[in-house]
Design a protein around this ligand. Sequence first.
Ligand code: GCB
Length: 636
Amino acid sequence: MTGGVTCSVLLNTVLIFLLIFESVTNGMLYPRESESRQIQELDGMWNFRADTSPSRNVGMAEKWFEKQLAKTGPVIPMPVPSSFNDITTDRKLQHFVGWAWYDREFYAASDWENKRVVLRIDSAHYNTIVWVNGQHVMHHEGGHLPFEEMVNPYLKFGQANWVTVAVNNTLTPHTLPPGSIEYMTDKNKYPPGYFVQNFEFDFFNYAGIHRRVRLYTTPKVYINDITITSRFEGSTGYVQYDVKFGGLGNKTYPFVEILDRNGDTVAKGVSLSGTLHIPSVTPWWPYSMSKDSAGYLYTLKVTLKSESGSHDVYRQQFGVRTINVTDSQILINNKPFYCHGAAKHEDSDIRGKGLDFPLIARDFAMLKWLGVNCFRTSHYPYAEEIMDQADAQGIAVIDESPGVGIRSNANFGNKSLEHHLAVMKELVGRDKNRPSVILWSVANEPASNKPMAQHYFKTVISYTKSLDPSRPVTFVSDAEYDNDVAAQYTDVLCINRYYGWYQDTGHLETIPYQLTYDLEQWYKTFKKPLIITEYGADTVPGLHTMPSYVFTEDYQVDFMRQYHAVFDVFRKKYLAGEMVWNFADFMTVQNVKRVVGNKKGVLTRQRQPKAAAHVLRHRYWSLINETHSLNKSLGL
Ligand code: GCB
């Protein structure tokens, strides 16, 4: 009893600390050029050296950051952004765990001296330390979100500078995702010092500098953060905005304008926060619900002049749309939204999880080809460039944290919880203005049947709601309706199901029985809209049998048809969505259940269709046509 009280006092303290912390931390605006801001890309070939010493700590002990990496020992070229794992032919590097070191040279323009210069890394996996010219600049924990720091004190203006980045991909019980290092001490079986990285998630733990690295400049008094929420009544849009600025306590003269898609001004204001009205507003819609205003984005142009004469301009895109949840539906702009989607991964040959523009473009082309109107960023936050496309192309997103594999008791402790809250704050801070984000998912398949999950998820979900009261919050469960202790705190139930695959393998005829019973029980227990966030079957492309057999393209087709028949019954009731697992094949750890990765994609890893993709495409486009003709008959 006493233990429980102490524990909740501690957690409340954590929550209060984070709420106070929130009002004073930096915003995380995406780097954008403007009249007052310049960007210098640092992507390209960097020097790279993995610290393969048994302790993995020689680089830190010898202070490799104090000189150019090439002067510390042999380096190889490594592309940034990319995962380092699949670039070379070296098996040790593919599976390397520990500190990986990067460095490169760059020039800082002499006229930057009077500006604020920020170094931003869009993401590096997992634990990152950055030095400029040998001096420590920043440290960030977490593999999928951006971090930045003002670097003026470390720069040599008008001269060459160098930046060193050390990234450690070790996962511990308190990282997100969690993992553990296991030392194999039996000298008869393993070499000295042998260890393995264990974790409970099903994708390759790609590592390195995964996203863009940039320097950008702002004036000394600068726009630090912008928060926008919106709604509409009749044809009028109401846009509530809040601008935070940084820099020395100067008097500021803000000017804000809302620009429509053509760049015409539709509303103006002269304060740092307020509500602007857009007459004849065009709401943001998913493309499956509107042909004409799909992905309609406005721009909030903020101009901030200060007494000292500095002048900053930032353009933030947003959409006008609302999200509401009833006991059986998700409503976008007060209309029922049925998610016919796919769960994805950031994953590709060679680059691993490295940002790749051609891949982003191809993925969106294939999402549209399939008729996907919603995807989940399983199982971590995706690159901002991917989220930009979702906003602009009108595809809804379930935005998921890296909370995957939270299963052992150690993963539910205070240290883990505190970090989880901090990650949610970073994620909401980054994606809060995105109209595509309709739902936050705080985790995938945690052990939500363990009693300790109740307090943990109550805290994470209520904290996320406090950060963003405008969106529903969920987590994705693989527990059962009668033992899940955390689902009660969600707004939408999300469950992953593998009937006919992991259970009753090959017995397609059992799927309708088990799925129907399950959906009914979940709804009866919780009275909330439900999304099947995963169902799928591993499929080796090119493998065929008739009748169908597990692992063939034919089985994937038959399997999906069983699910679809049940979905069609329940989508008229309280099923708010179906999402196939997975959009495309992806890499996993080596495992007897996986033949060079997870093959549940309806597309291959090269983004070409398997037979099931055609079935899905037919289904999803029929659903879109049904929605469009319904809208037409309603005069929308
Ligand atoms: C799941 C997990 C996903 C796996 C998938 C599978 O439930 O959420 O990460 O990849 O099953 O294929 O086993």
